[in-house]
Structure formats: structure tokens, C-alpha cells
Design a protein around this ligand. Structure first.
Ligand SMILES: *Cc1c(COP(=O)(O)O)cnc(C)c1O
Length: 365
């Protein structure tokens, strides 16, 4: 029996055990194929079946309408920070709006600046990125090329409970760290994108869900590998795709459909898991201090501090000894962060909850 820890890594992150077991079982030979997914042509019938199944699973889970493309790209979410403005902003004569609720949004905006004019429609920086803006605080440009949001700020642990109203301007969302964690009304988005390594598979593939009319805007002078239209026309097979990653996305989404059911159910489980940890924070008499404003707390990344850094170090060290690993906060903010993506089992969250309560009683402030 292989020993697996409870892995609270923010990404690459824990994947569902049944998906890993299936990959392990079929690594030497896919059933009926006699060769592994990493050895066969991406133009083969077998791989075509895999990428189509992955897309179909995503379409089912997210109820993606017909008039959206589902693309499998490389370069991580980071490449999308540049590729989206290359395709939608450059040469448009417009500017792009960014709603900044944490570190990833800031990085996305900086990267977009290399392609055209950008504005911050709201910036939570002075408050330390703890919340989502209220509708009346947004200074939106009605003529913007798009409005960009980060649905879940992985570092600060701040999540949009629902889409902001941006009128007719296309809403573009970096959903890297809450993709497939809850149902999403795709029609409200122009583009929704996510790197796979938080909730959908291994690092190496980025899923881009993009409305048909936006694909048509790609300038023809872009290199093919940076051009949404060319990728959509080639059904993501412009070049060799990250075959193994796409295959893993298929296995993870198979798991969601087969073992969980749908994203409503996944959301319910995620709410329960997050509540178990936030409850400990809220009942700790200020021993654990949550970073995010309670109304905008992330269900995926639970961020909190202890009374001082010495206790934080001790907490992380002892947690690890209990098989609760990768709980350090991002180096830019410190503290602790429990990333509890879809595949983190309830038992892992319960073990952490108990550890937090025991740690507090043994280590008074
Ligand atoms: C992890 C993460 C990224 C970075 O993804 P890469 O694939 O490393 O480029 C971007 N945005 C968010 C919200 C993330 O959580």
C-alpha cells in the first residue's frame, strides 16, 4: 500500500485517487491499443477519442453552450495573460479593464500592458486584497475591449461569489483555481480560462472556453501559436498538444461525472469542507486570523495567520509531522494556506481541523 499524505498544495495539487489509479493501470498500454497515451500519435483515432471525450465531459459539467469553443492550449494561465490581449486588445483602438482582487489579477494586468492600454476598474490593494468590490465601486469603461477578473485569488483566498455586472463588454475570467469547483453560467463570459494544475489535471494544459464571435477577432498577423482563431479551426491540434495532460483532464472529469455526479454536488462538498476550517478560525477567539473578509472567503484556498511567525513555523512543522503538508502561505504574503481543491478528501480537511484545534490548546498565544 502506497502511503499518501494529505496534500494541501496550491498547485500543482492533489488529484483524485481513482484518476491516478486509472492512469497508472493504463500507463503501459491503453485498453485495446497496446501502447501508452504518451506514445501514440495525436492524430490517431484513439487520441482523437480522448480529446473529444475530455471536451464533452467539460461541456456536460459546465453546460457549455454550442456557441463556445473549448480549447486545450499550453503556456499555463500566464500565457493567457498575454494571449488574450494579443487577440482582443492589440489594434482594437480600445483599452481593457481589470478588476484587481489579488495578486494574479495584478500580474495579468501587467502582462496585458505589453499589448495595449489597460485600466484598473477597481483595485483592492490598499485594503490588502480582502474582498470583492461592490457594484457601485466599479469604474467600468463601457467601451472596453473586455473586463478581466480572477474568480478566485489563489494567494489571498478571495473568491467572487457571483459574476460582476459588466454590461455588454465581454467578461474574461481567470478561473485557474476554482475551475470545476462549482457551476458557472458560461453565457455570462466571453472567455473563461484555467490552467489545469489546481483542479483539473497536471501542469501543462490550459483550458480556454471562448465565445465564437471573440475568436473571429484574432488579428491575422499573430503567430499561429498565439492565435485563438487558428487553434479553434484546428480543434486544438495545431501542433502536438500536451497529450498526457489532456488525457488526465479526461480522467479527472470522468471522476467528477461518475463519482461526484455534477458541479452542484461538488460545490456542496466544497462548501462543507471550507466551512469546517473557517469554523475553527471563527471560534478560535482571534488565535487564527482569516485573511479574507468572511463574505468573500475562498472555498478553495483557506488563508489564515497565527498570533506570530514563531507559532506559524511551529504549526507548519508539526502539521507536516502529522501528514498534513504544503500548508505554508505564498511567499509574498506569509502565514498559512490550506488549498482544498475538489480532490482533497473530507478526511484530510477533518484531520487538519482537529490538528488546528489541538495546536491552539497546546500552544497558547
Ligand atoms: C496558479 C495560477 C496562475 C498561474 O498559472 P500558470 O499555469 O503557472 O501560468 C494564474 N492564475 C491563477 C488564479 C492561479 O491560481
Amino acid at each position: 500500500m502506497v502511503k499518501r499524505v494529505f496534500n494541501f498544495s496550491p498547485g500543482p495539487a492533489v488529484l483524485p485517487l481513482p484518476a491516478l489509479e486509472e492512469a497508472q493501470r493504463d500507463l503501459l498500454a491503453l485498453p485495446g491499443e497496446g501502447a501508452s497515451v504518451v506514445e501514440i500519435s495525436h492524430r490517431s483515432k484513439t487520441f482523437e477519442g480522448i480529446i473529444q471525450a475530455a471536451e464533452l465531459n467539460l461541456r456536460k459539467l459546465l453546460a457549455i453552450p454550442e456557441h463556445y469553443h473549448v480549447l486545450f492550449l499550453q503556456g499555463g494561465a500566464r500565457l493567457q495573460f498575454a494571449m488574450i490581449p494579443m487577440n482582443l486588445l492589440r489594434g482594437s483602438g480600445k483599452s481593457a479593464d481589470y478588476i484587481l482582487t489579488g495578486s494574479w489579477g495584478v500580474t495579468a494586468m501587467k502582462e496585458a500592458q505589453t499589448q495595449g492600454p489597460v485600466r484598473a476598474a477597481w483595485d483592492g490593494k490598499t485594503e490588502g486584497y480582502r474582498r470583492i468590490p461592490k457594484a457601485e465601486e466599479l469604474k467600468l469603461d463601457q467601451n472596453a475591449a473586455y473586463v478581466h477578473i480572477t474568480s478566485n485569488e489563489t494567494i489571498e483566498g478571495v473568491q467572487f461569489p457571483a459574476e460582476p455586472n459588466v454590461g455588454e463588454v465581454p467578461l474574461v475570467c481567470d478561473a485557474s483555481s476554482d475551475f470545476l469547483s462549482r457551476p458557472v453560467p458560461i453565457e455570462k463570459y466571453g472567455i473563461l480560462y484555467a490552467c489545469a494544475q489546481k483542479n483539473a489535471g497536471p501542469a501543462g494544459v490550459t483550458i480556454v472556453i471562448i465565445r465564437n464571435d471573440l475568436v473571429e477577432k484574432s488579428p491575422s498577423d499573430l503567430p499561429s501559436m498565439l492565435n485563438f482563431k487558428k487553434f479553434a479551426e484546428a480543434k486544438s491540434l495545431l501542433n502536438t498538444p500536451p497529450c498526457f495532460c489532456v488525457y488526465m483532464v479526461k480522467l479527472v472529469t470522468d471522476w467528477l461525472l461518475r463519482d461526484i455526479g455534477d458541479l452542484e454536488k461538488m460545490h456542496e462538498i466544497n462548501r462543507r469542507k471550507a466551512a469546517l476550517l473557517y469554523e475553527v478560525v471563527d471560534r478560535s477567539n482571534g488565535y487564527y486570523r482569516g485573511h479574507a473578509d468572511p463574505a468573500y472567503r475562498s472555498l478553495m484556498n483557506v488563508t489564515f495567520r497565527l498570533p506570530n511567525e514563531t507559532l506559524e513555523k511551529k504549526f507548519l512543522k508539526e502539521a507536516e509531522e502529522h501528514g498534513l503538508v504544503a500548508l505554508a502561505g505564498h511567499r509574498s504574503v506569509g502565514g498559512c494556506r490550506a488549498s482544498i481543491y475538489n480532490a482533497m478528501p473530507l478526511e484530510g480537511v477533518e484531520a487538519l481541523r482537529q490538528f488546528m484545534m489541538d495546536f491552539q490548546s497546546k500552544n497558547p498565544a
